[in-house]
Structure formats: C-alpha cells, structure tokens
Design a protein around this ligand. Structure first.
Ligand code: PMP
Length: 356
C-alpha cells in the first residue's frame, strides 16, 4: 500500500529501489549476509561505492577533474566543512542569502574568515531570488543554495562568475540539467533526490583544495577523503547502497534530461491549478518558482486544517507547509509519480468546488 508522498525530505523513493533494498536487507547478492552485515572494505561493498560515485559523475557529466565523495554529517556539516577547507583566514567568501539553509551556511562560514553577503531576500521572507548583485573578484568562492526547500524558490539561472562557485544542491540535485562542471564544489544530503538519509554527497574539483594554511582536522579534510576513496572511516553503507540504487533507477529513466522533463510537467500541472483555482495562491515570485517544492496558501486560512484532513483521506501526505511560511508545500522530487500530482490537483478542484 502506497500513499501520495509529498514529504520535503526524507521523501518518496522509487518502488523498485525499496524492493531491491528489502531483498538486500536479508541476503545481499547471494552472500548469505545482509547488506547491513558485510564489511565496508569487502569487494561487495566497494563495488557499490564505486558504482555510486561513477553514476554521480556520469549523470552529472562531470569531467575527470572531479572527485565524488559520500560522507557523514548531512549538508549541515558542509556548511562548516566548505569554509574550513576553502576559506583562508582573513580572506572573504561571498554568499547569497536565499533562505534559512543559506543563512545557516553563512553563520558557519563566519568562524573561518570574512563573509560578504552579496544579496539577501530575508526582508521579504525569502519569497524571491535576488537578481542584482556584484561578486567581489577577490572572493575565495561564491556560495548559493540552488533550491530553497522551505520557501519554494529555485535559481533558474546560475550566476556567471570567475570566482569558484559552491552550491548546496540538497533539494534539487539531479532534478534538472545544468552544466555541473561550472561548479567548483557541489554538496547535498542525499535524502531527497538521491536516496535515504544518512549520507552526504560532495562533488568537487580537486584543484580548489590545498589553498588554506589552517590545520584541518583529519576527518574534515576533503583531501583525506579523496586519498582514501571515501573510505577514511566506515562510510554510511546502507545509505550509500540506497543512493546507488536510486542513481541506477535515474539512469534507467533516461537520466537527468528525461527526469527534468517529467519534473517540469509535474510542477506545471500543480502551478497551473494554483494559478487557476480561486481558493489557492502561490507564495513566491513566479519567475523563481521551484519545481521541487511547490509552496501555496489559501485565501481562506480557516479552511486549511479541513483541506489537510481531506487530503489525508485521499492518501495525500506530507503537504503541510513549513512553520515559517505556513500553508502548504508539495515536494515533487524525482521519484514522485506524475499520477500523485494528478490526484493532488483533483483534490484541490473538488475541495474548491465544495466550498464555492
Ligand atoms: N540545505 C538544504 C537546501 C536543505 O533543504 C536541507 C535540509 N532540508 C539542508 C541543507 C540540511 O540538510 P541536512 O539535514 O542533511 O543537514
């Protein structure tokens, strides 16, 4: 039995992935052991890790200069690990503040050097992506959050700059085509588009490392993880396995270009209902609307609870908006079927007619 799962993360996974993982929990590849029972340095697991890393490179079409790591600690650890490895004491990094997650990244970076917040939409509760800003050429890097999970905004055009570009892609990774080689470092928790909670993916260009003088604790040094092939310590074995299966699934769907088309179709259907149904209203600037997290409210907030209850009856789950925005948020990650969006739209139509 499955429901229409619009959770913001952890979130919906492909059925095929869940089915394979459930088998691997009992007997992994005929080894007589569960995936949870095998050593991380066995050939069995090394193959999983290699395949996961290679699939990231292949699906993102990253050139040979990139290293792909699967680490612990979530995207939140990267808020600190990025500046620790890239921002020299006394130097400056540029950040664009487009939401709570960017804001948290900014807070951490301040422990390592100067932070120039070159633009922010905080004053308007992050309802848009700032467009006009300058990036000082001496910045060590520019950090952006490509998709703002809580507010439902997404960068439609990636800033063009000569300084290394660093991106938190936690909530839109592998959901749309872009030239990933333009980024010096990409990171994201894998629990939205790339698997189950427990692993963090980092893809980085090796040449950006080794330029800070501070002593980096061993486990936080990207170079250490590169030298050890993401096996410096016990990696999150099961989370990496789920990622590998999810990446395989994505490749079978036709890769990023195919999933992007489907994601556009899903978001298009839902936004068009929001725009045409008098009961609902979008919360962010139209040109910055996210295709991953669709945020909307009701003109009659007193009906919100009733709508949520009605959705639950229709097996629609996970659409309550984040407390800082209110209303609703429907997350349409890669694995969410188009049919789930159709069911959601039908529910909105029906509820609206009933209340008219
Ligand atoms: N960045 C973004 C854009 C997110 O959506 C989240 C989590 N929802 C995070 C960072 C934090 O990720 P984690 O929980 O993996 O630390």
């Amino acid at each position: 039995m499955k429901v229409h799962n619009f959770n913001a993360g952890p979130s919906v996974l492909p059925n095929e992935v869940l089915y394979k993982a459930s088998k691997a929990l009992i007997d992994f590849e005929g080894s007589g052991m569960s995936i949870l029972e095998i050593g991380h340095r066995t050939e069995l697991f090394m193959n999983v890790l290699d395949e996961a890393r290679n699939l990231v490179k292949e699906l993102m079409q990253l050139d040979d200069e990139y290293e792909v790591l699967f680490l612990h600690g979530g995207a939140s650890t990267q808020f600190m690990q990025v500046p620790m490895n890239l921002l020299e004491n006394g130097e400056t990094a540029a950040y664009v503040d487009t939401g709570v997650w960017s804001y948290k990244a900014i807070k951490e970076a301040k422990s390592f050097g100067y932070v120039d917040v070159v633009a922010s939409s905080r004053e308007s509760n992050y309802n848009h992506i700032p467009k006009q800003f300058n990036i000082p050429p001496q910045s060590r890097y520019l950090h952006i959050t490509t998709n703002n999970t809580i507010y439902g905004t997404q960068w439609q055009t990636i800033p063009v700059t000569d300084v290394p570009l660093v991106a938190d892609m936690s909530s839109d990774i592998l959901s749309r085509q872009m030239d990933f080689n333009k980024f010096a470092l990409i990171y994201g928790g894998v629990q939205k588009n790339m698997g189950a909670a427990g692993a963090t993916m980092v893809a980085l260009r090796k040449s950006i490392l080794g330029k800070v003088t501070r002593k980096i604790p061993t486990i936080l040094d990207y170079n250490v993880h590169i030298e050890n092939g993401s096996m410096f310590n016990t990696p999150p074995v099961f989370a990496i396995y789920i990622s590998m299966l999810t990446l395989r699934w994505l490749k079978d769907q036709g890769g990023v270009s195919a999933i992007e088309k489907l994601n556009e179709k899903k978001a298009g259907l839902l936004y068009s209902e929001i725009d045409n149904n008098p009961l609902f209203r979008g919360t962010v600037a139209k040109e910055d609307r996210s295709r991953m997290n669709v945020c909307f409210i009701m003109d009659k907030p007193e009906l919100e609870e009733e709508f949520l209850k009605f959705c639950k009856k229709e097996d629609i789950v996970g659409i309550k908006g984040h407390r800082s925005v209110g209303g609703f948020r429907a997350s349409l990650y890669n694995a969410l079927p188009y049919e789930s969006v159709e069911v959601m739209v039908e529910a909105m139509k029906y509820f609206s007619l009933k209340k008219a």
